[in-house]
Write a protein that binds this ligand. Structure first.
Ligand code: SAM
Length: 218
């Protein structure tokens, strides 16, 4: 079932400080994340603008900025954006809804989005992919991640706060069909087991996809 984006924002507003503290420096514990972010940074070097959608407290944004990428972050939670601004003052962060982006068609060179689709229904995933496709420039790279699986888990408590939120799992056949149906070319989908004692114990997927360049008439 669809979750209202305002309700998702309320949950993250409630846990923003704890979330920022808990996930600070998280890529340091995840070698494959680092490898993948290095690859992304090499492929988009010198391009702009580049956005981190669903950036949370800005850990991925900061990691890419440290690799020399000029990047900004967007998230639906105002309080997470406050945390991101506090922790990473050199990076622009702003509030926004990835299901209804306030950017023009073909205005963004590349997009990264780590676990931002985890609260979306399948219809919302499709809507998010359409929005991202719309705003990406031809040839633009889209890197995103998700938890692999079926169904969802419901949380009544998250980081010691009372909440009411679902986390969705997606299988790779569905994501792969959906991303291709939107019009993207899949470059690669990488799956991995969870790191023990570092993160929630679900398998993870990283997808490198590209908006095709416009076909020229011969
Ligand atoms: C699981 S967290 C991931 C945060 C961060 N990317 C990370 O990897 O730590 C999901 C993030 O997506 C954001 N989010 C959820 N729905 C959104 C929407 N419709 N538009 C923008 N951000 C959204 C949440 O506020 C939250 O920060």
């Amino acid at each position: 079932m669809e979750q209202n984006p305002d309700k998702v924002a309320e949950v993250y507003d409630k846990v923003a400080k704890e979330y920022a503290r808990n996930f600070f420096g998280e890529h340091e514990k995840k070698p494959q994340d680092r490898e993948i972010l290095h690859r992304f940074s090499q492929e988009v070097a010198g391009k702009k603008p580049i956005w981190d959608f669903g950036c949370g407290p800005g850990e991925t944004t900061q990691y890419l900025s440290n690799l020399g990428i000029e990047i900004s972050g967007l998230d639906i939670s105002e309080k997470l954006i406050e945390q991101a601004n506090l922790i990473h003052p050199g990076i622009p962060f702003r509030k926004g809804n990835l299901l209804d982006l306030e950017y023009g068609n073909e205005s963004i060179a590349a997009i990264v989005s780590f676990y931002a689709i985890v609260h979306f229904s399948q219809e919302q995933v499709e809507q998010a992919f359409c929005e991202i496709f719309r705003v990406l420039q031809p040839g633009g790279l889209f890197l995103f991640t998700y938890h692999i699986g079926d169904g969802k888990i419901h949380l009544d408590e998250f980081l010691d706060k009372v909440v009411d939120i679902d986390f969705m799992f997606f299988n790779t056949d569905y994501i792969s069909n959906c991303i291709k149906y939107t019009g993207f070319e899949i470059i690669e989908i990488i799956e991995r087991d969870p790191y023990p004692e570092v993160e929630y114990q679900s398998r993870r997927a990283y997808v490198f996809a590209k908006k095709p360049t416009v076909n020229k008439v011969p």
